[in-house]
Ligand binder design. Structure first.
Ligand SMILES: [Zn+2]
Length: 337
């Protein structure tokens, strides 16, 4: 082989290697704050303004921003954000934690500022956390977010499926109790602690509680909530099953309008959603920053949940990201801005 050909080949190989490295860098480097801002605007914006492919790209940016963050960094941040020492208006460190602060801030002000004239609006807060608002009530299930206690003034009651830190905000619970508002847990004696199946009434909502299993050997350790109310568009039934992983325990006694199950490593969970037969389902427990990322831990990216449940092709099933709002079709919602 002549020296000329050899030189050309090595130059071509070097150029290909440089391009490959650029692509790897592009796909793995943490996104900039500007890119995360754009992702937030797209994911929290109107659903009809972005295709599912664009949403997947935006989800991918946030997932990448979280990729190098250790669970301990998230836990320490949340502990500080839920303490008296948390400075007002703190935006959090750049990256995924700031993204979490900004999306949940946006949900907190929207919850406060949205008037539901008829129907229902819900906000996905984090992990399994949701806030629901109807013309007469506003309530939360498994709410976890930075500075969650500010939601106490908006909520009429709070339901917490179990004690794990990804499902509760200690200072929100304290604030609710200080305001004399009802809270249901399965561990705190100052709240309503059901002994087994139990029904409670708060305003025009009926909350039917049953017990679910968190996993092997952890029978009846999770509260599951069937919440029934009339939202001006007829009766609706919300079924939030906390961290229950046992499909046979999920037995709502009425047709379900909105079902919120958690994702589990067991692929049978997809069948559960269909077994319950809800009109709308929002599989959750994705992007738990307190878990290590896949394949080392159970921090499922939103994109994986979409794939497992066939979103967007699956009828009535959708995956919401932090801070997103969803309105029951036909609802009349008036927002302050
Ligand atoms: Zn959990």
């Amino acid at each position: 082989m002549s020296a000329f050909i050899q030189d050309t080949r090595s130059a071509t190989a070097a150029a290909a290697k440089a391009t490959a490295l650029q692509v790897v860098d592009m796909l793995t480097r943490p996104p900039s704050d500007e890119e995360l801002d754009a992702a937030r605007q797209l994911l929290l914006g109107r659903r009809d303004a972005a295709s599912h492919d664009h949403r997947r790209l935006a989800m991918g940016l946030v997932e990448r921003a979280a990729a190098r963050m250790a669970p301990r960094q998230y836990s320490e941040f949340m502990e500080a954000a839920d303490s008296d020492a948390a400075p007002d208006g703190s935006r959090g460190p750049p990256g995924v934690l700031r993204y979490l602060v900004e999306t949940t801030d946006s949900a907190a002000s929207a919850i406060h500022g949205t008037v539901v004239e008829s129907g229902l609006a819900l906000w996905h807060i984090y992990n399994m956390g949701y806030v629901f608002k109807t013309p007469t009530l506003c309530f939360g299930v498994d709410v976890k977010m930075p500075d969650a206690k500010r939601l106490a003034s908006s909520l009429d009651f709070l339901l917490v499926s179990h004690e794990h830190v990804d499902h509760r905000s200690p200072r929100l619970l304290e604030a609710m109790l200080a305001d004399g508002k009802p809270v249901i847990t399965n561990w705190d004696e100052r709240t309503i602690v059901p002994n087994g199946a139990q029904t409670c009434r708060f305003g025009d909502a009926t909350v039917k509680i049953t017990l679910g299993d968190h996993g092997l050997g952890r029978t009846d350790t999770v509260l599951m909530f069937q919440i029934e109310c009339n939202c001006g568009l007829g009766d609706i039934v919300i079924y939030h099953t906390g961290d229950c992983v046992r499909p046979r325990k999920m037995r709502p006694d009425r047709p379900v309008t909105i079902f919120i199950p958690r994702l589990t490593p067991d692929p049978r969970v997809e069948r559960e959603v269909r077994q319950v037969g809800a009109e709308y389902a929002f599989p959750s427990h994705a992007m738990e920053l307190g878990h290590r990322r896949m394949p080392f831990g159970l921090r499922w990216p939103w994109s994986v949940v979409c794939d497992r449940f066939g979103v967007p092709a699956a009828d009535g099933i959708d995956v919401l990201t932090w801070g997103e709002r969803w309105g029951l079709p036909g609802s009349r919602l008036v927002t302050a801005d």
